[in-house]
Design a protein around this ligand. Structure first.
Ligand SMILES: *Cc1c(COP(=O)(O)O)cnc(C)c1O
Length: 353
């Protein structure tokens, strides 16, 4: 608290990301980062462009990157918005599209940044409880609303909602914007991008932080009707017209152009996820079906808090949310095969004793 803060700032409760400890020698499975690193082409182009041209402002509308993304998803450039991480794209969507007179709807268990954005922008919201199996039930969303947002696959559960259900949601809500936050869609889900040309109220948000391993570069994008995208551009150009620098733009383009590396690394994580899920089950965990680069698991008789601390003593960090309904779960990011083996060995020693 400070006397210099406005009343508004004093009452904010900011988002708390997974910790980024400085100690080396830890196995970091707490923030859903990609263990394989960015495409070597993305690294090379950033080195190449680290030169005197950085004195210039970047291209204002990141047109080349928008075109690359548009081509990748068979959209037009006018259907693509880019921002400084998908968190920024989401922020503009909350501010520009989801702040309406009726309440915004999202699941009670989902990305914990959503209520923070609502507080920041003064948006009324209702949290809709997930079913007992942690799935999203379409019928719960068939009520008056000023917008709908959910991650798909959901975070932190990892559960995927089918495109048919998303389409029904779009049909039932023609007057409000439906945002599908697909941060983890490349790990086995089917993207709602396919529905964009049929539904002007759909915004699909992606990030290069997870499947493209560029969390440190802060690049995200939104895809939707030209009408929605123009709304986001109006906010962006009233806030920060240059959210992406030259290096970010070039790294993102290089990543999209290196499709082989992308597919290989995603596939490796998917295979590991299946293996880790099975191994955890063998150790007495219930593991929710995941289509993401993490699993959400609870042990039959050992408290999550205790497991999390015991793992930490062995140098492994996973995420534990002390929140109602999920405080017996651990969210474990899928790492390299070697990291996953360390995790399983550590858990064997902990729950086996
Ligand atoms: C990681 C994550 C984001 C944020 O990604 P950035 O692009 O790094 O800001 C957004 N939504 C969900 C559900 C995430 O898990």
């Amino acid at each position: 608290m400070s006397k210099y803060w406005s009343d508004f700032v004093s009452q904010l409760e900011p988002y708390v990301p997974g910790e980024q400890p400085k100690i080396s020698n830890i196995t970091k499975l707490n923030a859903n980062e990609n263990p394989y690193g960015p495409s070597p082409d993305a690294l090379a182009v950033m080195q190449q462009l680290s030169n005197d041209d950085l004195r210039l402002y970047p291209p204002m509308n990141a047109d080349d990157l928008k075109q690359t993304i548009a081509d990748h998803y068979s959209l037009s450039k006018e259907q693509v918005f880019v921002g400084n991480g998908s968190d920024e794209v989401l922020a503009h969507a909350f501010n520009g599209l989801l702040k309406q007179s009726k309440p915004l709807l999202f699941p009670d268990i989902s990305y914990s940044f959503y209520p923070v954005f609502c507080q920041l922008y003064g948006i009324e919201y209702e949290q809709i409880p997930l079913a007992d199996d942690f799935s999203i039930n379409l019928h719960d969303y068939l009520r008056a609303n000023g917008g709908i947002i959910f991650p798909n696959p959901n975070a932190p559960t990892g559960r995927l909602l089918g495109l048919n259900v998303i389409e029904q949601l779009l049909q039932a809500n023609p007057d409000s914007v439906v945002v599908v936050d697909e941060a983890y869609i490349d790990f086995g889900g089917e993207s709602a991008v396919a529905l964009i040309d049929s539904y002007t109220n759909l915004l699909v948000v992606h990030t290069l932080s997870k499947s493209r391993s560029l969390a440190g570069m802060r690049i995200g994008y939104g895809m939707g009707s030209a009408e929605l995208i123009e709304g986001l551009e109006r906010i962006k150009n009233s806030f920060n017209p240059f959210p992406l620098g030259q290096l970010q733009i070039a790294a993102a383009i290089a990543s999209f152009e290196d499709q082989d590396y992308f597919q290989q690394t995603c596939q490796r994580i998917i295979s590991s996820r299946e293996q880790v899920s099975e191994q955890l089950q063998n150790l007495g965990f219930e593991v929710l079906p995941s289509q993401a680069n993490f699993v959400f698991a609870r042990h039959s008789n050992r408290p999550a808090q205790e497991l999390s601390l015991a793992l930490r003593e062995q140098g492994l960090i996973v995420r534990h949310f002390k929140k109602p309904r999920i405080d017996e779960f651990l969210r474990i990011t899928i790492g390299t095969e070697q990291q996953n083996a360390l995790l399983i060995a550590a858990l064997e020693s902990i729950v086996g004793s």
